[in-house]
Design a protein. Sequence first.
Length: 499
Amino acid sequence: MHPKLPLHGWRFCALLLGAGALTALVFPPICFLPILPVGLLVLYRAAEDASSWKKAALYGFLFGLGLHTVGLYWLTNAILTRVHDFWWVLPFAAPGVACIIAPLAAVPAVACRLVAPGWRRVFMFAGSWTLADMARVLIFSGFPWNPLGSALELPGLVGDVLIQPASLVGVDGLTLALVLIALAMTQLRRGVVLSGLCVIIAGGWSAWHLGHHRSLAITNPRIVVVQGNVSEDQILTRNVRVGNFLRYLHLTEEGVHAAQALGDDRPIVVVWPESGFPGILDEDATARDYIARAAGGALAMIGSDREDHGHWYNSLEVVDPTASIAAIYDKSRLVPFGEYKPWIIPFNLLPETLTPGSGLRTLGTPGLGRVGPMVCYEVVFSGAVVAKGQRPNWLVTISNDAWYGNSAGPRQHLATGRMRAVEEGLPLVFANNTGISALFDGYGHEVQRITWGRADKMVANIPSPLPETLFGHLGRHFPLILAAICVVVAFLPRRRTTP
């Protein structure tokens, strides 16, 4: 028997809320891994000690509420950009979203009580936590932000090593492994030994994987990422839009000249972020002409709004050297409460609602190579960044994180891009208006970046893609099966011992 947690009543509820809040320190950019087993152990023991499944569910909810309120604190910054309209939402931004996600943390708290204590309960908790976490894609248009697996995204080489198993099992598989390892430590000496052994094996495989470069013989373009560092207030103010546009043109010219100075015949592609163009690009031939001239014969991928038969889209548009629109990709996964109003909200929170695009696709415009485009939020979805049967040679996501200020938000967003690069074995270009913009290779190694809050350009050769990964082939089905196996194992009968 383990010692019971000492608190009761409201103090006990406060303990669960605080444990969840502290556990949020595992998320990027802090990635304080030692707090994870402590926080999960508090919830695990509370669920075991609960007098009923209803109390266990309450404890799980409170833990999840603390976890996601702190993990998503930066959502309040988005309200501050329009505080005169939505001041009343300010206290509820992060807690409100957390309340929607928090019930999922009640699932493992209740499920683990269905089986006997010991290893079975550990497997049940880890498997049900992962299954519940994966179900977040079903909430509105999906909100799989901050899975526990992202805790391994430490900066530099250490993080590169830790996240390599994502190429096999995805971020959901990393979540499953982290919860298993954290709770295995509750099983006294044997659990600690097994946890350490798993970490050593995974780390050894990751180091081997990183040391055996297997890039395909494909030459990707040279990119010029332009980060204009335009604040959200400036984006919404009409009389400064021309100045912002000129800033982007100037940085584009500088970047293209630098790219051309590197020589060889590698095609050059300019990338502007979401909201990079302050108008309707496909209706503005003059603006496209300025962009084409600044790009100096290169293709330019520009973030712009688009209207078609009364429907508005958040789009990535490709401008060719003749100033024509060569390709268009419309964002298909919209941000709930930000780009559309969920059906459960009975009043209009947004001045207008965008229309989702037709879905993922790979662009094959000459000069681009084969590229998989995404707009902002879409990069968050594990296993859903590559169009089925259309594997590209590189990925690009354009975003505008000016809404969230210099907070954890842009850094967590960038971390999702790094994880998608590892999962798919594809280099990924992340172009952000205020930062952070970066280029990752197929191992998730950061090739180059522009820091937050800086107007600058980034010139780099996009690395070659890796062969298709196991996760890229199987998708989220693999971690789903692994989590389900954990649940099934938890229900296996005990082996009888002969007297």
